[in-house]
Design a protein around this ligand. Structure first.
Ligand code: XIL
Length: 377
């Protein structure tokens, strides 16, 4: 009797342990970061609520599903240095601490960008443009202060964001107008001097447009010709349902990889909302009036549209997996549909469904599809 009891007990304990173990194996392999582990990093942008731990359901998803993070807003220059010499690092410090505590690859976004930059940066006390020397000095000071604060902790920086137009020409930003083409080389030089071990990236949208791709190729070549460090080109990846095509995206991806740098998809999202004839891209200053017909899914998303979106996500991830030797990271621009900037841009007040997790913090069916896909590559 005693022996029987003991055997029964051992069997029960073993069964229980086995079930628990099986369950955790299933759970582990159900996570994006684990599934993509030997392909590329898979990341998300973090917003302020998540960084300040006010959205714990969101941060739970980040910890479980992703292995890389980028700050959606808090490291842009207008937030870090709203007045000359007055730096505000509270949120950025918390962001970096979160990444370290959870063992995530931490990216900084972004050092030099014409948008979300404070006005004072380009102006003298009379509101006129500052001299070339002054702007170079201000740029140096901003980059040096920010990059050295997180030296060895932030692993890679979007050094310059969006310097090239869709036709391949230079964007007429204040950086370009005041300093000239060299502003890019200088920015990469200052960032490297502040943290020689950090990876340095050039980042832009609509990179699948051939002329723009060529313009970016020329920028990278000029950085390389100066002997400066550049590790990767970031293709933002704010996708629409009908543009760009996977083939167009692939062409640019290969053109960048041919330069001997890595490629990253840095701000992936896929809007399902109606677009406008000629409007593509991700110019944050674009703004169109709200109209009800531009917001067709404010109650819910029809199954058919959800499926079309899933298929398009899958098609793009097939491309990323096919070229996983060239891609170092794919980052979603937010966690749940509720977080996505596409609800408010380029038309305020719409309801979009652009990301991989729904408004109830549940993975959409596409997540399981992407995990399945990793086994084929
Ligand atoms: C967006 C943020 O998501 C919004 O919250 C903010 O209001 C505007 O900027 N390209 C970039 C990102 O490099 O920094 C932008 O992020 C989206 C386009």
């Amino acid at each position: 009797m005693q022996v029987l009891k003991k055997t029964l007990m051992i069997t029960t304990v073993c069964c229980f342990a086995l079930t628990a173990c099986k369950k955790s194996v299933i759970e582990e392999s159900n996570r994006l970061a684990n599934a993509f582990a030997d392909k590329f990093l898979i990341g998300t942008a973090m917003n302020s609520l998540q960084i300040f731990d006010l959205d714990t359901l969101g941060t739970d998803i980040i910890k479980k599903q992703f292995n890389a993070i980028v700050p959606e807003n808090c490291m842009k220059s207008m937030y870090l240095q709203p007045e000359e010499g007055k730096f505000f690092f509270d949120e950025a410090d918390k962001y970096v601490a979160f990444g370290e505590a959870n063992n995530l690859w931490i990216t900084g976004h972004c050092l030099v960008w014409h948008s979300q930059a404070p006005r004072w940066l380009f102006a003298d006390e009379n509101g006129n443009d500052v001299s070339r020397e002054t702007l170079i000095e201000r740029m140096r000071n901003h980059i040096t202060t920010v990059v050295s604060r997180y030296k060895g902790r932030i692993k890679g920086w979007d050094v310059v964001n969006e310097a090239i137009m869709d036709d391949g020409s230079w964007r007429q930003s204040k950086f370009y107008q005041i300093i000239g083409e060299d502003f890019i080389n200088l920015a990469f030089q200052f960032a490297h001097e502040a943290d020689p071990d950090a990876e340095l990236y050039y980042n832009d949208y609509s990179t699948a447009i051939e002329a723009k791709c060529q313009g970016i190729v020329n920028v990278v070549k000029s950085i390389q010709a100066k002997g400066l460090r550049i590790d990767a080109v970031g293709m933002q990846g704010h996708l629409n349902m009908d543009s760009p095509t996977v083939e167009e995206f692939e062409k640019s991806l290969l053109a960048f990889a041919d330069l001997g740098v890595k490629v990253m998809v840095t701000e992936l999202d896929l809007t399902v909302l109606p677009g406008f004839n000629n409007f593509t891209g991700a110019d944050v200053s674009a703004n169109f009036d709200f109209k009800a017909e531009l917001d067709p899914y404010s109650d819910s998303l029809p199954d058919q549209v959800a499926l079309e979106q899933q298929n398009r996500y899958v098609d793009f991830f097939k491309l990323f997996l096919k070229h996983h030797d060239k891609i170092s990271r794919v980052t979603l621009w937010g966690v749940t549909d509720n977080d996505s900037w596409r609800n408010g841009w380029p038309v305020p007040g719409r309801t979009d469904y652009a990301l991989l997790f729904d408004r109830n913090y549940q993975p959409k069916p596409v997540v399981a599809e992407l995990i399945k896909l990793t086994k084929q590559y």
